[in-house]
Design a binder for this molecule. Structure first.
Ligand SMILES: Nc1nc2c(ncn2[C@@H]2O[C@H](COP(=O)(O)OP(=O)(O)OP(=O)(O)O)[C@@H](O)[C@H]2O)c(=O)[nH]1
Ligand SMILES: [Mg+2]
Length: 459
């Protein structure tokens, strides 16, 4: 799709294609009102074309075969609408047949079926939002928890744009001072003193570095963390898995070596989504089937980000426990001390010497999950993240910041090596370009196409 603002009027179903209380067909474009007038008759007799913006009309929908349904129609006049064009939202009962027939009637009356993301694309092209705000619409719809929804909503409100623009403004400030110096090299221009310049470039590098770091933490919130439950046989890994899943995912018995296959589930622990894998108990074994299970467990341990290492508090640390601790102590790990309902034999302090995040619980009694939640949250440093502060939201945005950061590090290098200020200026211009691509103010058609590929029809 290469059009800028095309003159045609588009229509699509904007609610899920599934039975529901309400279904909505949205129309946007110059003919939105006249098209609606030919498929809808208001009880009041009023025409949509004669209606002020921000008005609702109640009436009946019809096509050539007769009446379709009763409906409420919301009217938005350009430019005060989502797309900036004339927009009508036709809300009828949410039956798949009813909504599809309503859409067909609109198309018959002159609308064109909208492509994926075309409403939001028009909003972007009409200056109703920048590219980061458009992307935030998809993230808002996809968000699965409070933090990710809050991050997406603040990006929708322009927080990412504002944050990136602070860096762009700083870059422009330095760039214009440098340009003045290039034009009038003999003049004394304060801002271009070596020290000031170095300070500004360092500050910009720091800001870009911080934006990248926040992204990595934010990614955990959006996409969840690959998490493995490991430990020697019988410590209660599968019982913990079932407790966190809220259902019986793994088989639990008192026989050590029960779990063989990897059992997976995605769960929510407080604000974070964990992609959990329960694994076979780690031990040397001659049982050929268990052996394969242990190999799978070791592989899963090496590919997961977060480790929940389970220990049995009613037994002393075994050689297998100690071997596991040594193996994982430098990774993101929470030591889960299970079976706290039984008399304690385990020396927790010995574990604490190597692993600082410890959660004591009884998986079979379902007690202590909050402690685990607190430790996971602390480990991932989620509480330090202000999700409303404008965290960049996806790999496209990250690549732009990364590129800007890379060129600014080159600028730092150029300054250190005493290269000409022209060389620094080239780096700064290139960093500005990367950040303007991020906001969409200087993005190519191909970049914009890529952004809207992620959208669904009707958005
Ligand atoms: N008292 C007590 N028993 C528990 C607790 N958690 C698990 N168990 C028991 O410990 C035994 C082993 O539990 P599992 O969850 O199968 O242990 P596992 O680590 O998955 O064992 P493998 O799959 O063999 O590696 C079962 O009899 C559980 O009922 C707990 O918190 N307290
Ligand atoms: Mg098990």
């Amino acid at each position: 799709m290469n059009s800028v603002i095309s003159g045609d009027t588009i229509a699509a179903i904007s609610t899920p294609i599934a039975p529901g209380g309400i279904g909505m067909v949205r129309i946007s474009g110059a003919q939105a009102f006249s098209i609606t007038d030919s498929v809808f008759t208001a009880v009041s007799g009023r025409k949509v074309s004669d209606t002020d913006g921000y008005h609702g009309l109640f009436g009946r929908l019809h096509d050539e075969q007769g009446e379709i349904d009763e409906a409420v129609v919301f009217v938005y006049r350009s430019p005060r609408s989502y797309t900036g064009e004339n927009v009508v939202e036709i809300c009828c009962h949410g039956g798949i047949y009813l909504v599809q027939r309503t859409l067909r009637a609109c198309i018959h009356a002159g609308a064109r079926p909208a492509q994926a993301g075309e409403f939001t694309r028009r909003a972007f092209l009409n200056g109703k939002m920048n590219l980061t705000q458009a992307e935030a619409v998809v993230d808002l719809i996809a968000s699965q928890g409070q933090q990710s929804a809050q991050a997406a909503l603040s990006a929708r409100d322009g927080a990412v744009f504002t944050k990136i623009h602070k860096v762009i403004d700083k870059l422009l400030e330095v760039s214009s001072a440098l340009a003045a110096w290039v034009d009038y090299p003999d003049e004394d221009i304060d801002e271009v003193s070596d020290e000031n310049l170095k300070k500004s470039v360092d500050q910009i590098c720091d800001s870009l570095g911080m934006i990248l770091k926040e992204y990595d933490t934010g990614k955990i919130l959006r996409e969840g963390v690959s998490t493995v439950i490991v430990g020697r046989p019988n410590v209660g890994k599968s019982t913990l898995m079932n407790l966190l899943s809220g259902e019986q995912k793994s088989i639990v018995t008192q026989i050590p070596g029960t779990t063989r296959d990897i059992v997976e589930d995605t769960i929510r622990l407080g604000d974070v989504v964990l992609h959990l894998a329960d694994t076979a108990g780690l031990r040397d074994t001659d049982d050929p089937v268990e052996k394969v299970g242990v190999e799978l467990a070791r592989k899963k341990l090496s590919t997961s980000y977060l480790v929940l290492a389970v220990f049995d508090s009613s037994e002393e640390l075994s050689a297998e426990d100690l071997e596991l601790i040594e193996k994982i102590k430098d990774r993101p790990v929470v030591a889960v001390i299970n079976k706290t309902d039984l008399p304690r034999k385990l020396d927790v302090e010995q574990i604490r010497k190597k692993i600082s995040h410890i959660a004591e619980l009884s998986a079979s009694a379902g007690e202590g999950v909050q402690t685990l939640e607190k430790e996971v949250c602390a480990l991932l440093q989620l509480s330090q993240l202000d999700s409303s502060s404008g965290i960049i939201a996806n790999e496209r945005q990250r690549a732009c910041v990364e590129e800007a950061s890379r060129t600014m590090q080159q600028a730092q290098q150029a300054l250190m090596c005493g290269e000409t200020l022209d060389a620094v200026n080239v780096c700064i211009d290139s960093a500005i370009d990367s950040l303007l691509e991020l906001t969409g103010e200087r993005a190519s058609e191909a970049v914009i196409d890529k952004v809207f590929e992620r959208f669904c029809v009707g958005k």
